[in-house]
Design a protein around this ligand. Structure first.
Ligand code: NAP
Length: 484
C-alpha cells in the first residue's frame, strides 16, 4: 500500500517551552519526521521560545541533538536535517515578562497559518494567551495548542477555559490528549462507522462488558512528587481513558466533523452514572527486593495517592444500560499494554453440547505495543472426533496488514500538530467535554479525600491489588491477562 502524504499549508509555529522535555523528546523530533516525509512545506517556520538566553544558532544545535537522539536512523540524512534546522528560529521570552514579544511579532508573517504551542506549565497558559493578544501577535485565525493537565478539578478547568476564552474563540483552541492521536484510537471510529458488521451488535443486548486497560511497567521515580499531586484518576482516567470510553460508547455522529464527533462524546460523559465506592479499587505499588515502593518514589510517607485504579462504570442510556465498562490503569504492572476488549454475550441458544467448549467472542483493540485488532471467534476443532469447538483469533496487526505504511505509523504528536495546521479539531477536546469529565471525576476524588481512604498495596510486576480481581469475580467475570 502506498503511503499518501498530503502537505499542509505553509505555517509559522511558535513553541513556547521549546527547551523543555516534551519539546525535546516529542515536538521537535515529530516535526522533523513530518518535514522528512514531505508534509511540511519548506517555507514554513518553527520558532522556539523559552526564558533561556540563547541565540537561534545555539537553539538549532539543541534541536539537532534532539533529532539525533529521538529520530530513527532511516529517517535521518544530513541535507534534510540542515534544511529543517534552516526553518527554525528562537526568541528568548518570559511568559510573565514584557521582553521579547516585539521580536516574536516581527518573526510572524502575515498570510500564513499561525499557531502557538503552549508546552509550558498550565499556570503560564493565561500569561501567554494575554500577551499574544496584547502585543497583537495572534490574529483571529491563529490557533493555540494547550498541553495536559487541563485543570485538576472542575473549578480549575473552568477557570482555565475562561482565561483562554478571554482571548481566543473555542475554534482556535486545541486541547491535546495525545491518546486521540494514536492510529488505533482513530481506527476505533473507522471500525465502528465504516463497517456494517459491528454496529448492529454494539449495544447492551449483545455486549456483555467492556474492559479498558492502560498498564505501564515504569514507576513514578524521578517525577514522584509531581505525580503525587495527581494520581492515576487525574493523570489517566479523567482524560485518556475517558476519551477511549467515549469513542467506544458514543452514537454515530451525523458526519465526521469536529463538533458532531465531540457532541456525541459529550453525551456519553453526561450519561455516566456516579461510581459507587465499592466499584473502585485503588492501589499503590509496594517496595520489592530493595526497589523503592510508591511511598519512597513519591517522597511522601503519608501519601494516599493511587498509582493504580480499577473501576466499574455504567452509562445510563438506551444503548448501554446493563453493560458495565471496567477501567484499570496502573504503574509498575506486569507488562506495558494498552487495550480495549469488547466481550460479546452468549448466543441465545446453543445447539452444541456443553462439552463442546464454547467461549465468548472478544474483539480486542490494541493501542500499544503492536497496534492492531483481534477478534476471537469459535470454529470447529479440526479432525475427526465429533463436534468440538475451539477459539481462534482473526488477527490484524496494522504493521503487518498495511506493510510499509503500517510499520511507519506516525507518532501521535506528529499527527496532532499537522491537524492543528489543517485546522481540524476532531481529535482535540472541547472545553465543555473537559468540564463534563471533571464534573464526573470530582465527587469520586472528593469521596476519597473525605473518607481517609487508603490505596491497597500491590506487588510490582503483578496485575494490581487483589481487590481489583474481586471487582470482576463478584460479577462472574475476569480481567484479561495483562501482556505485551
Ligand atoms: P519542562 O521540561 O519543565 O519544560 C518547561 C519549558 O517551559 C521549558 O522550555 C522552560 O524553559 C519553559 N518555561 C518555564 N517557565 C517559563 C516562563 N516563565 N516563560 C517562558 N518559558 C518558560 O516541562 P515539559 O515536561 O516539557 O512539559 C511541558 C508541558 O507539557 C506541561 O504542561 C506538561 O504538563 C505537559 N506534558 C508533558 C509531557 C512530557 O512527557 N514531558 C507529557 C504530557 C504533557 P526555560 O526554563 O528556558 O524558560
Amino acid at each position: 500500500m502506498v503511503s499518501r502524504v498530503i502537505p499542509v499549508e505553509t505555517f509559522d509555529l511558535v513553541i513556547f517551552g521549546a527547551t523543555g522535555d516534551l519539546a525535546t523528546r516529542k515536538i521537535f523530533p515529530g516535526l522533523y519526521r513530518r518535514f522528512w516525509a514531505g508534509q511540511i512545506p519548506p517555507e514554513s517556520r518553527i520558532i522556539g521560545a523559552a526564558r533561556s538566553d540563547m541565540t537561534p544558532e545555539g537553539f538549532r544545535e539543541q534541536v539537532r541533538k534532539a533529532i539525533d537522539e529521538f529520530v530513527s536512523t532511516d529517517k535521518k540524512d544530513a541535507a534534510t536535517i540542515d534544511a529543517f534546522l534552516g526553518r527554525i528560529g528562537y526568541v528568548p521570552i518570559d511568559a510573565k515578562g514584557t521582553g521579547g514579544w516585539d521580536k516574536l511579532k516581527a518573526e510572524m508573517r502575515p498570510g500564513v497559518v499561525s499557531a502557538f504551542y503552549f508546552s509550558v506549565a498550565p499556570a503560564l497558559f493565561g500569561d501567554l494567551a494575554e500577551r499574544l493578544h496584547s502585543f497583537e501577535i495572534a490574529t483571529p485565525e491563529s490557533r493555540i495548542v494547550v498541553e495536559k493537565p487541563f485543570g485538576r478539578d472542575l473549578a480549575s478547568a473552568r477557570a482555565l477555559n475562561a482565561t483562554l476564552a478571554a482571548h481566543f474563540r473555542e475554534e482556535q483552541i486545541y486541547r491535546i490528549d495525545h491518546y486521540l492521536g494514536k492510529e488505533t484510537v482513530q481506527n476505533l471510529m473507522a471500525v465502528r462507522f465504516a463497517n456494517i458488521l459491528f454496529e448492529p451488535l454494539w449495544n447492551s443486548q449483545y455486549v456483555d462488558h467492556v474492559q479498558i486497560t492502560v498498564a505501564e511497567t515504569v514507576g513514578v521515580g524521578g517525577r514522584g512528587s509531581y505525580y503525587d499531586k495527581s494520581g492515576a484518576m487525574r493523570d489517566m482516567v479523567q482524560n485518556h481513558m475517558m476519551q477511549l470510553l467515549c469513542l467506544i460508547a458514543m452514537e454515530p455522529p451525523y458526519h465526521f466533523d469536529p463538533n458532531a464527533v465531540r457532541d456525541e462524546k459529550l453525551k456519553v460523559i453526561r450519561a455516566l452514572d456516579p461510581v459507587r465506592p465499592e466499584d473502585i479499587v485503588r492501589g499503590q505499588y509496594a517496595r520489592q527486593n530493595g526497589q523503592p515502593g510508591y511511598i519512597e518514589d513519591s517522597e511522601n510517607p503519608q501519601s494516599r495517592t493511587e498509582s493504580y485504579i480499577a473501576l466499574k462504570v455504567h452509562i445510563s442510556n438506551w444503548r448501554w444500560k446493563g453493560t458495565p465498562f471496567y477501567l484499570r490503569t496502573g504503574k509498575k504492572l506486569r507488562a506495558r499494554a494498552s487495550e480495549i476488549a469488547i466481550t460479546f454475550r452468549e448466543p441465545p441458544h446453543s445447539i452444541f453440547d456443553d462439552a463442546a467448549g464454547w467461549r465468548e467472542n472478544v474483539l480486542t483493540i490494541r493501542l500499544q505495543p503492536n497496534e492492531g485488532m483481534n477478534l476471537m471467534v469459535m470454529i470447529k476443532e479440526p479432525g475427526p472426533g465429533g463436534m468440538r469447538l475451539t477459539q481462534v483469533p482473526l488477527d490484524m496487526s496494522f504493521a503487518e496488514a498495511l506493510g510499509e505504511e503500517g510499520a511507519d505509523i506516525p507518532d501521535a504528536y506528529e499527527r496532532l500538530i499537522m491537524d492543528v495546521i489543517r485546522g481540524n479539531q476532531t481529535l482535540f477536546m472541547r472545553g465543555d467535554e473537559v468540564e463534563a469529565a471533571w464534573a464526573w471525576t470530582d465527587p469520586i476524588i472528593g469521596g476519597w479525600e473525605s473518607s481517609e481512604d487508603r490505596p491497597k498495596p500491590y506487588d510490582p510486576g503483578s496485575s494490581g491489588p487483589d481487590d481489583s480481581l474481586m471487582l470482576m469475580h463478584r460479577d462472574g467475570r475476569r480481567w484479561r491477562e495483562i501482556r505485551e
